[in-house]
Design a binder for this molecule. Structure first.
Ligand code: ZN
Length: 876
């Protein structure tokens, strides 16, 4: 448990005094949200801001004995993150006991029949609902206030039964910072021509809308709070995440999901989603709330955000998606603007859509009313069917365990001594973050012909979370069938990635084995927190350049004023790419950096100066635009900060002012279209937002002068690093002797939507130091593949990473592999005194692809002038 958290209950007395109320105030004296905020939740042009909502919830917690308001800790920007427990006072008084009973059902391994029966008889259905994860989908964080108020005050049979038979855990705002960003932006422009426009920046400081793509890597603190509740502390029977979608289709999407679904979850999970969803829809039409649809729009094979990964935790993980207005402003929808969607071919009645909404004004209040029904209805049937839900919780967990015990893959074996052992530990910690049981061999062993050292990790499939393990560690092929092809046979883009294989993203080998691992194993009970060792000797130290964390250590060494060199030749105990730390470095700083990073500092056997060149700290700039921000830029910021890289955010004006070479050594253009960066559109509709709808000071784009400044920067010796489609800018504008070999290709010609692909790497080049000779890269639609244009300057092109010649796909979906076979995935192109480093895949995608972080990190420590010997001239 987090020691920082405090139960709001502690402030009950204080608050009661402040409000002049006795601590045992009756329910009817609790102010409604409308009384408290002065407007009804969802009223036109009104938004409750998160700080006031927190005050309201703390007050509810103080005044009602049905609510416990838990402050889990600060959000990314320091706002309170809440989890609110809702149940009868008797249940709340024995929450820890209920949690233990729930554990029996969610993981029945080793439990007796009597324990299981007791848990079913005396347990309660645990039901998590979250609101406001996507902040421009403004309704949900408002809806939560009414849901909580009604649960705190209503005395009808429905609510009393819910309180008696369920433990509700409500996350009233999954992105507190975003509620504040959007509310303030909305209020700033309401009443002007820019009312209802989207905020210019990411509404999560680092990752914006991608904040629901993080439930397996848990890179943000908000995700870690969610995982603590859902994957480890409670493991609810059901979970719903309330969202909004575009305005021009059904009014609300409800469970179940459309096809295709991701297989290998327990079947009851999918039946439960249909059951809850059907009741939501039934209650919706009971009160004639028009326009509900299920089994359409959102397929069951999505990304691994919370609502799509929870089914593999044996949780009925669901989504609701209401049609959006314009932030808090109403929107008029003409009937002819309404259309269908996935498995909803026409906007007309179908079995899953019997009550079409006819069009007209659409208000946030309309969303709030639907979200309230969608919040209460599933609680109602969970409460009415408590024993059934709990018995089936036991069935789901025990049957998944049994399937794992009998399956073709019985376990994944993860050797500890891999290419980058510290990253291997991070993978294991991520598995623990999912609440997966991981064991460790206490001695060396041989299994299925492979020898493993002591310390090898073993992840048995004979556990309830078998489904999560299968998708995070097992090779994945996205379905290719009539659900994923259109009538013309063209592939339909998956909702997100076509694989979420974390081991492949991280460059960690997880060996599937078909027989149980029978060696001495101990359970890993806490996250691994390695501490590096520091050798002693007169020649300084060497750090293994294969470790991602070596770069963090180097950055911290720079901060400590140490001098660092990089080996470009082999020597005693030294490989090219290793870092050489001067003997003059402060030993206390070295010890502390070893401890923080887990990196070992090996004592050098002899002076390594002749094997290495001096490294200087590079000045790094990264372009940031408006129009809602660029998530790839935000993720990159998060990654750079995690690895202690200093960087400067570059905006248009600074780029256009030129003379970039006097201030920067490396400039990063995160994945983005050239049009978004330059602000020069060739036709209407190129932007997500129509620029004219955005206040002029937030219409970004550095234009032709910015392009010229970037070219001059490279000519003068800078390194320009481009991710994926951002490569269009130098390819189109800098007259480089390379082209994108897959430009304009799609569908059967070439298709790799979020897949892992096999490459070979020239790891003797500084831009590729520390990488293995073969690896997997993560390729997304819109990525680039490079071929050299024959001509005089092609000698300037250095192919650093190349796709293999056949069987390129490791996981995901790949059509037309011959289009990329033997072609370059990453090249550096010398230009003037500098270089352009074109990375066609996603080297740092969502801070998840640890396997290829080093391509970025190398670029940030390698003095430009291409990847050849020029790098050795770097220094100072
Ligand atoms: Zn959303």
């Amino acid at each position: 448990m987090n020691p920082n958290r405090s139960f709001a209950r502690l402030s009950v007395l204080l608050l009661a005094v402040t409000l002049g109320l006795p601590a045992t105030t009756r329910a009817q004296e609790i102010p409604s949200p409308e009384e408290y905020f002065g407007f009804q939740m969802g009223a036109d042009r009104q938004l409750a801001r998160w700080d006031r909502l927190v005050e309201y919830y703390d007050m509810l917690g103080a005044m009602s004995d049905r609510l416990q308001v838990v402050h889990m800790g600060p959000s990314t920007l320091g706002n309170p993150f809440l989890a609110i427990y809702v149940s009868s006072p008797e249940n709340l008084a024995r929450l820890e006991e209920l949690k233990e009973l729930n554990r029996v059902l969610q993981d029945p391994r080793g439990r007796s029949e009597a324990e299981v029966e007791n848990a079913i008889t005396n347990g309660k259905v645990v039901f998590v609902q979250s609101y406001g994860l996507h902040s421009t989908e403004v309704a949900a964080s408002q809806t939560a206030a009414e849901v909580l108020y009604e649960l705190a005050t209503r005395t009808d049979d429905e609510v009393m039964q819910i309180l008696e038979n369920t433990v509700g855990i409500i996350i009233p705002c999954f992105n507190p910072d975003g509620n504040i960003i959007v509310t303030d932006w909305y209020n700033r422009w309401v009443g002007t021509e820019y009312e209802g426009s989207s905020p210019p920046e990411l509404y999560h400081h680092y990752i914006g809308h991608d904040n629901n793509r993080d439930a397996f890597m848990l890179n943000t603190v908000e995700s870690r709070y969610g995982a603590e509740i859902m994957f480890r502390e409670w493991i609810p029977q059901a979970y719903i995440d309330h969202h909004q979608m575009g305005p021009y289709t059904a009014r609300i999407y409800l469970p179940p999901y459309a096809e295709p679904i991701r297989p290998e979850g327990d079947p009851l999970v999918w039946r439960e989603m249909a059951w809850y969803g059907s009741h939501m829809a039934y209650k919706m039409d009971e009160v004639d709330l028009k326009g509900a649809i299920g089994a359409a729009v959102y397929s069951g094979w999505g990304h691994f955000g919370f609502h799509w990964i929870t089914p593999f935790h044996n949780i009925a993980g669901m989504l609701t998606e209401s049609a959006s207005a314009r932030l808090a402003s109403p929107l008029y929808v003409h009937p002819d603007q309404l259309g269908g969607s996935r498995q909803f071919p026409e906007y007309e009645e179908q079995t899953t859509f019997p009550n079409p909404w006819p069009g007209g004004w659409w208000h946030v209040r309309d969303i709030v009313e639907r979200q309230k029904v969608a919040s209460f209805a599933p609680l109602e049937i969970a409460a009415q069917n408590r024993e059934t839900v709990l018995l089936n919780a036991y069935h789901k967990a025990s049957r998944q365990t049994e399937r794992g015990r009998e399956g073709e893959v019985q376990a994944y074996v993860i050797s500890a001594g891999q290419h980058d052992p510290l990253t291997t530990m991070k993978l294991v910690n991520n598995l623990l973050g999912q609440g997966i049981s991981v064991e460790r061999a206490t001695r060396e062993f041989t299994h299925e012909g492979r020898a493993y050292d002591a310390g090898t990790y073993v992840v048995s499939m004979a556990q309830p979370k078998r489904g999560v393990i299968r998708w995070l560690l097992g090779r994945t092929f996205y379905p290719d069938n009539s659900y994923t092809r259109d009538a013309d046979g063209n592939p339909i883009r998956p909702y997100d990635m076509s694989t979420d294989n974390m081991a492949e993203f991280m460059g960690v080998r997880a060996d599937p084995v078909g027989t149980p691992v029978e060696t001495a194993l101990t359970l890993v009970t806490a996250p691994i927190d390695p501490s590096g060792t520091v050798g002693e000797g007169p020649h300084g130290w060497v750090i293994d350049g294969r470790l991602n964390d070596a770069f963090k250590a180097v950055n911290l060494l720079f901060d400590a004023g140490a001098s660092v060199r990089r080996a470009d030749r082999e020597g005693p105990g030294v490989e090219p790419g290793d870092f050489i730390v001067s003997a003059s470095a402060d030993p206390a700083a070295v010890r502390s950096i070893a401890e923080v990073t887990g990196v070992d500092f090996e004592a050098l056997e002899s002076d390594a100066s002749s094997l290495s060149y001096p490294l200087g700290e590079q000045r790094v700039g990264m372009y940031q635009r408006y129009y809602g921000g660029n998530m790839d830029e935000g993720w990159t910021r998060l990654l750079l900060e995690t690895f202690a890289f200093d960087y400067t955010t570059l905006r248009d004006a600074e780029i256009q002012a030129g003379d970039l070479q006097s201030r920067y050594d490396v400039i990063i253009l995160p994945a983005d279209s050239k049009e978004m960066m330059t602000g020069e559109r060739e036709d209407e509709g190129g932007f997500g937002a129509d620029p004219s709808s955005v206040p002029p000071e937030y219409r970004s784009g550095f234009g032709e002068s910015g392009v010229a400044a970037l070219e001059a920067f490279v000519e003068a010796g800078g390194t320009l690093v481009t991710f994926a489609e951002a490569g269009d800018l130098p390819l189109d504008e800098f007259d480089l002797p390379v082209r994108n070999a897959v430009e304009g290709m799609w569908g059967n010609e070439f298709w790799a939507p979020g897949s892992t692909l096999r490459v070979e790497i020239e790891n003797t080049r500084p831009f590729a130091y520390g990488m293995p000779e073969e690896a997997l890269v993560t390729y997304l639609a819109g990525g680039q593949v490079y071929e050299t244009i024959p001509g005089a300057e092609s000698a300037n092109v250095d192919r650093l990473v190349t796709y293999v010649d056949r069987d390129i796909l490791q996981s995901g979906w790949l059509l037309g592999e011959e289009a990329i076979a033997n072609k370059a995935a990453m090249v550096s192109v010398a230009k003037g005194e500098g270089a352009v480093l074109l990375i066609g895949f996603r080297t740092q995608h969502r801070a998840q692809t640890h396997a290829t972080f080093k391509f970025l990190f190398n670029a940030l420590v390698t003095r430009s002038g291409a990847s050849g010997p020029v790098a050795a001239q770097g220094g100072g």
